[in-house]
Design a protein around this ligand. Structure first.
Ligand code: HEC
Length: 178
């Protein structure tokens, strides 16, 4: 019994030490809270693992609409208004202004195309957003069909019809009706 009590006491002491250590770390001002601060050790990996596990469990497998010309062109219009100021346009050399100061920096989606990602995965990200990044959830601002249209645009970014491409030039994007 005595040995067990010592053992139990040891565990309680360790847990308390971890809690106090964590508290002191946060209070000491060493935890990165600025967007411009470098990531914490394993921050990216842990966040990535959590996100992938959630998407595996929840993302729908197939799109309920076809990747035809009207849907892709509608997707391009949605992209020009809602996404381009963070994720850029095709053949755009510099990242949009605000995007440069974000952490994590929004990937330029037409440079590193998300074409390989399953369309349901992109839909999940558009609908839900990605916590602790600047990626917003669009489920309150776009309809379900619109979210699928812009997700299909991403999945077909390397083989878009001309009508959709025409919307994704800087001048055309600036004049798309909001
Ligand atoms: C305010 C800036 C912002 C806007 C607007 C925005 N995003 Fe994002 N998005 C981000 C950031 C930041 C990330 C990176 C998250 C990360 O690193 O995990 C991201 C990630 C993504 C990803 C995942 C990319 C990958 O490589 O896995 C997709 C897909 C995406 N966004 C699509 C969209 C679409 C489609 C829209 C418009 C409907 C949009 N985003 C609007 C900031 C934005």
């Amino acid at each position: 019994m005595k040995r067990f009590m010592t053992f139990l006491f040891g565990i309680i002491f360790c847990l308390a030490a971890i809690a106090v250590g964590g508290y002191l770390y946060v209070r000491s001002g060493h935890m990165p809270v600025a967007t411009s601060a470098p990531p914490m050790p394993f921050e990216k990996r842990i966040a990535g693992m959590a996100l992938n596990a959630k998407i595996q469990a929840e993302a729908p497998k197939d799109a309920p609409i076809q990747p035809d010309e009207p849907n892709l062109t509608a997707g391009a219009q949605i992209y020009a208004v809602n996404c381009a100021f963070c994720h850029g346009l095709p053949n755009q050399t510099a990242a949009p202004t605000a995007a440069k100061g974000m952490f994590p920096v929004p990937p330029q989606l037409f440079e590193h195309t998300v074409t390989d990602d399953p369309v349901g995965e992109t839909y999940w990200k558009v609908a839900n957003g990605i916590r602790l990044t600047g990626m917003p959830s669009f489920s309150k601002s776009l309809s379900d069909t619109q979210m699928w249209q812009v997700s299909l645009l991403m999945a077909h970014a390397d083989k878009l019809p001309d009508q959709a491409k025409a919307v994704l030039t800087p001048n055309a994007a600036a004049t798309v009706k909001k």
